[in-house]
Design a protein around this ligand. Sequence first.
Ligand code: PEP
Length: 268
Amino acid sequence: MRKPVLIGNWKMNGSLQANQALMVRLLPRLRLYRKSVDLAVCPPLPYLFQVRDLLGYTGIALGAQNASAFVSGAYTGEVSATMLQEMGCRYVLVGHSERRTLYGESNQEVAARFRAVMNLGLTPVLCVGESLDERETEQTSSVVESQIQAVIDEVGFSALANGVVAYEPVWAIGTGRTATPEQVSVVHQNIRGFIAANAPEASQDISEGLRIIYGGSVKPSNALDLFSLADVDGGLIGGASLHAEDFGSIAGSLAKASGILEGECETH
Ligand code: PEP
């Protein structure tokens, strides 16, 4: 059984004061679900230390929004997976659409970043998804498959299992426009099917074990419908992760959709 995972991507938001205020309100809410759902927050790099201390021993993980493909050296502005590991990160996003579109990260570059994160034993969260134009010209499957194939080419099939795949249609990120449950269901099934169809004999179980999460304007009002879909194993949340009530409520929807509520975990 795949344990659901919920990750908050703070993007380039926050301040020492705002982070403290957010975490004080968020932690009691997230604690309710930490046994049934893997939970993580990804603050901007300068705040990793602060947020790591605030998370303490809550069991809620720290994540980062990107990592270099290189271990060290003359790469001004980059941060290595080793450094993130030292800071206590467990998850690292790779290939977020903002990195792909605004900073030109190619499929191959994203795959190299995935490898660097994976090599350190951290969990890479591979973000994939199509633009509106690509959806309208019926290229969704081929775009998403080529984004995943680049990682398979880089690390091999079985290594894919070290990561999480986040399906995030570009047109739904930060736009308030959410993909419908039908659209999400089709793409998640296609991703699992693509991996199952192409995996070598020895890696057949990878598609069943791989966590595929959805991101794109998830909010309290649509979370339960999306998380109740059979092939959706959690969410990557941007804007709503900056609001304690909303992120807490979304975590509650994921726990509810997965059918394991904390009270049940503790009493049985
Ligand atoms: C994201 O940044 O990964 C994201 C899904 O953003 P939002 O929830 O704001 O659409």
